[in-house]
Design a binder for this molecule. Structure first.
Ligand SMILES: O=C(O)CCC(=O)C(=O)O
Length: 259
């Protein structure tokens, strides 16, 4: 089985259609090698002070960098990539960054348990899509080094659970690709059987009427947020879901960033 490959000229509507059909879509060539290298260098820098995970879900040989937008500017462009935002406009409508995380799966790590990311919200399935993820591999992802695994079509499952015979597909993809997958899709990080760590950044978005998994308006100091592009400020939570969900003292939260 191969992943749907939409190519560099993929239009947002085509990617959204693939997400609806399969639960995931792979778009190669979204960022160039220079961009990958600068993002990778920054993530490597942050990883030097990042501990390993605390349980089997985070991964005991896996390191995760949270509060990314407080720590580096190298990933801002990924968060606001035009193709991604076009797909999100189509699939989620009003959305925000929820749990953006850099993930380094270390040598010897076991496969992460399969899960749907939207299970964190106590909303019975099926439901309208609440979450979309974008995995940005900062090096080539292979089945051997822990490529993200997906269960195609599982976004349509209601109460089914994976079994030992469930076929999870490792999405092999070159650095610079974007793997989009719905929050309702069962997926997980792969086992790393190589001697080298696998590094990627997952940008996790949720509809704006839900609570963000990470509280970015607290994680990113206002002095940092103030200097960011307006769209990124909105995605971090300086926004309302119309007409006024999320106001601060009766006003749009963007006002807090004005001098
Ligand atoms: O690292 C990956 O490939 C996926 C990680 C993931 O699904 C998660 O941490 O929720």
């Amino acid at each position: 089985m191969t992943a749907p490959l939409l190519g560099t000229t993929a239009a947002a509507s085509g990617v959204a259609a693939a997400l609806g059909a399969d639960g995931y879509a792979l778009v190669e060539g979204c960022i160039d090698a220079e961009h990958v290298a600068s993002a990778r260098a920054e993530v490597e820098r942050l990883l030097t002070t990042t501990p390993f995970g605390r349980d089997d879900f985070e991964g005991r040989k896996t390191r995760r960098v949270y509060a990314l937008f407080a720590k580096t500017r190298a990933l801002d462009d990924l968060a606001t990539h035009p193709l991604v935002l076009g797909v999100l406009d189509d699939v989620l409508g009003n959305y925000q960054l929820s749990a953006p995380t850099a993930i380094e799966i270390g040598p010897g790590e076991r496969a992460q348990p399969l899960h749907p990311d939207d299970a964190i919200y106590p909303v019975p399935r099926p439901h309208p899509e609440l979450v979309v993820n974008v995995m940005w591999p900062l090096e080539d992802f292979t089945a051997a080094n822990g490529a993200t695994r997906v269960v195609p079509g599982s976004h349509r499952w209601e109460n089914e659970l994976p079994t030992p015979s469930t076929e999870a597909l490792s999405i092999e993809m070159p650095a610079g690709s974007a793997l989009l997958y719905l929050g309702s899709l069962w997926h997980g990080g792969g086992a790393n059987h190589t001697e080298w760590a696998r590094v990627g950044v997952v940008m996790h978005y949720a509809v704006s009427w839900l609570r963000q998994v990470e509280n970015h308006t607290l994680a990113v100091p206002p002095a940092v947020a103030r200097a960011l592009p307006e769209r990124l400020q909105e995605l971090l939570g300086y926004n309302v879901f119309p007409p006024f969900l999320g106001y601060v003292d009766g006003r749009h939260p963007r006002r807090l960033l004005e001098h």
